[in-house]
Structure formats: C-alpha cells, structure tokens
Design a protein around this ligand. Sequence first.
Ligand code: GLV
Ligand code: MN
Ligand code: MN
Length: 408
Amino acid sequence: MMAKRIMARCDELARHSELPGGLTRVFLSPEQRAASELVLSWMRASGMRAHRDAIGNVCGRYEGERPGLPCLMLGSHLDTVRDAGKYDGMLGVVSAIECVDALHARNKRLPFAIEVLGFGDEEGVRFGTTLLGSRALAGTLDLEVLKAKDAAGTTMGDALRASDLDPARIPQLARKRQDVLAYAELHIEQGPVLEAERLPVGVVTAINGFSRLRATLHGEAGHAGTVPMRLRRDALAAAAECVLAVERIAQRHAELVATVGRIEALPGAINVIPGEVRFTIDVRAPRDAVRAEAVAAIRGEVEGICKTRRLRCEVESLQDFGVTACAPWLMQQMDAAVAAEGVAVRRLPSGAGHDGMALKAIADIAMLFVRCERGISHNPAEAISAADAETGARVLLRFIENFRTQER
Ligand code: GLV
Ligand code: MN
Ligand code: MN
C-alpha cells in the first residue's frame, strides 16, 4: 500500500504555506524552502542522493546497476498557485519518491538511474513567467529572466540570493540529451474527463500550448466627485471592456480558453478615478495557429478599446509555449502499465501546462493523469481518493520497472 504515505505527505507539504488556513507557496519563499527540506529528507530516506540545485529545484538520484548511468527522470513541481489545492504538483513528486522507495526496499537496481525532481517553479505566480525550474534543467532559460520583478519589486536574482542560491551557477544545471532517457510525470488531471468515464488514471497525449500576456492601460486619475463622465479617461472601465473582449474572443472557438486572472487598479481608492490598470491574459489551445490568431485578436481589441477611450496601452508578451506532444513510444509503455493494473486505457490531452513542456527540449516526455474530484483544481477544494493515488503510483512503478529505452 503506497497511498497511505502519499496522502499523508501531500497533507504535510500543504502545511508549508504563506497563508494560515490555506495553501500558497510561491517560488523561493521561506515556506517553499522548508517544503524542499522535507522532500530532501524523504528522498534520502528512500536511498537517493539529494540536493537543492542553484534555481531551487529539489533533485534526488537513485543510481542504477552501476553509478553514473543515464537516468529516467520523474517528478513534478513544489510551488503552488494562490489559495491552491494540495495535489497539483506535489502528488507527482511524492508518488515518484514512493516508487523509488519500493525499489530501494527490495534493493532493486535498474539498468538506468532514476532522478526525481521537485521543480521550484512551474506555476509562474511570483515572476509572471513560468517553468523556471524545468527550463533551467533543459538549458533553455534565458538569464535575462533574473531581472524579472515580483509584485514587491524584488528581482528573481535577489530572491535567489536571499534563498542562499547562486544564480551564476544556473547555466551548469543544463542536462545533456544523452543523460536523460525520458521524462515521465504523474499529475492530477485537473479536469473532469476521467471522473465522467469512471477511470482512475489516463495517459496524456499532448499538452496544450499557452500564451501569457500583461496589459497596462494608462488613463488619467481624477476626483471621483468632480470630473464629468464625458471627460473621464477611466482605465478600469476600459479594462472591463477588455476583459469581456477576451471572453468573447475565446468563445469563438471550441478549442480555445482565455482568462484574465489578475487585475490591479491604481491608485486604488474609492474616490479616485483609476488612472492605470494592469491585467494578465492567459490563452490556451491544442493548436498553435488557433492560439496565435486569438492572441492577435485580443491585442487588436485592447488597442481598439483604448483608442476609442483615448487611453494609451501596452500589451506585453510574457511567455509563449507551443503544443507539446508526448512521445508515442512512451505512451505505449504507459498504456501497458495501465492495462497491467487492470484499468481500461484512456488517452487524453492536457489543458494545463506542465514541466514536460520545458523538458521536451532534452528528452521525450510522458504523463499519467490521476482522476480528481469534479475536475476541480487551482482551488483549495482539489481532492483525490487514496485508492486513485494507489493506482497512479502502482502504474508509475510498473512503468519504471518495465521501462525500455527507445530503439535508436
Ligand atoms: C499550470 O498549472 C498552468 O497550466 O498554468
Ligand atoms: Mn497548477
Ligand atoms: Mn501542476
């Protein structure tokens, strides 16, 4: 029975939070460091060598039949969104450790090493741009990102140093393709498909692409009591139109989703006309062309609304990631592991982003989804059953034990 400890560890990790009574744990925060220490201790107890790397990822390594073999990389992320659930990310890290623990308990070594990664940033909540930990490993992280600032004005470089990490060492984290045989991640589905089909797990085919943008609207602040309506340049009223335009554009295409998830009105007082508004836009689709078209349409609408209202605006692109396919040879091995557990094989795409998007630059990727209650995620109500956690971990363990590298 692997699930008992998996569920208990997800609960334990959830106690490391910025908010009392809820879960918020962002990249490089003191609570994330404490959670990382806990994960390091679990990795070591399961026979792994483990350390926190220069960007704050937690890395554990279980050697194969002899030291220094290429690895099968497993993992997920340890950061969370604001007011998060306790399984998004953590379940994958904790389940992977449990699989290594099962091998270690039997003193079993495989013809490859296993590395378990707990990525420091997948959500991108703190600095706007995401997949920072996995991009560092993939060698695709542009170090310009060290200048990115969080809401308090702290740069990522300073945040790393405050967490006793040395940004100058980040380039050395890049892995070589020949050292990573594949990357496999277990994650909650974060959607309703598996539950509707009464299946505990599913095999992911591809991860939808995403674009992240930030819009800033510059109007004119003024007295809420004195400025007549026709003379106002209210940045928040304009932003409200923009938010509805984003929603309307996303509704044009069944494949498309778009979200304004954060908005700030400045200076932010009941009796002041908002002079400046900043908001984020997140656009996703299973086809890159559909997403690109939507992003262009959103930009056009925001500019048009601002022009009509005599506002100046900037729409900045924070990040774009194309659709990322899982490798057929790995999907087949994952299917076989699912079937061997007596579960019907169901393949499905991922609407959410995952670290595999970044790791695809150095390795083929696979993902296993675990059913979650009513598809709810990015919400404290996120829930899974212990039975499904057990099935997920057992499938992952079978996948690991039967893993064969691709014939090249
Ligand atoms: C991560 O959860 C994302 O898809 O934004
Ligand atoms: Mn998430
Ligand atoms: Mn996640």
